[in-house]
Design a protein around this ligand. Structure first.
Ligand code: 5GP
Ligand code: MG
Length: 180
């Protein structure tokens, strides 16, 4: 089966938005906040945002956690599991939690509770994409790249069955049948 990805946000649009978000968040950030990226989806967002913040004189520490919410296919089950935990001591630290997409809200609600339990004094959240129409638990991110309708997107770290993470843009995957 072939597949095409129809572009929703170009590489340039994403890069401009990330620079703008870094400027929005900079006044709210400590000099050395701990950025925690939720893998694998927030891989590229974390890498781009840490450099955008660096250009503004902020010196983030960087950590990651792997979370998965099990469910059928493309829907979240609401049950979040920690597959790999972050390792940095968060006691007394300001955390900027990064995820690719805010969808049902289950993943970030879980992660915020967990990081607070570990002693972070303040937890700010940032997502590249927000799908407010899909929310199951009340959750608002502090910084949102783009608000989108309910569509299944890929690219810029976001996958479909591990495909498309490498794309510099974000798009919607269309199934096509037949020869390339
Ligand atoms: P939730 O907010 O439902 O707990 O989960 C958000 C997670 O669901 C995201 O981090 C992402 O991994 C996944 N997700 C939500 N919407 C999409 C989408 O359109 N495409 C892909 N590939 N993953 C999505
Ligand atoms: Mg995710």
């Amino acid at each position: 089966m072939n597949h095409q990805v129809t572009i929703l946000f170009t590489e340039t649009q994403i890069q401009e938005r990330i620079s703008a978000m870094a400027k929005e968040m900079a006044p709210h950030l400590d000099r050395e906040p701990v950025l925690i990226g939720v893998l694998k989806g927030a891989l590229i967002l974390t890498a781009d945002l840490m450099r955008a913040l660096s250009r503004l004189g902020i010196k983030p520490f960087v950590d990651f956690m792997v979370l998965s919410s099990y469910g059928k296919g493309t829907t979240s089950s609401g049950q979040v599991q920690v597959r790999m935990d972050q390792t940095m001591d968060l006691t007394g630290r300001q955390v900027l939690l990064l995820d690719d997409i805010l969808d049902s809200g289950n993943t970030l609600a879980f992660a915020v509770r967990r990081l607070r339990d570990k002693g972070a004094t303040q937890i700010l959240t940032c997502v590249l994409l927000d799908k407010p129409a899909r929310r199951e638990v009340p959750f608002a991110a502090d910084f949102v790249g783009f608000t989108i309708p309910d569509a299944f997107v890929v690219g810029y770290g976001i996958d479909y069955a591990e495909h498309h993470r490498e794309l510099p843009h974000v798009g919607v995957r269309l199934e096509t049948h037949g020869k390339e």
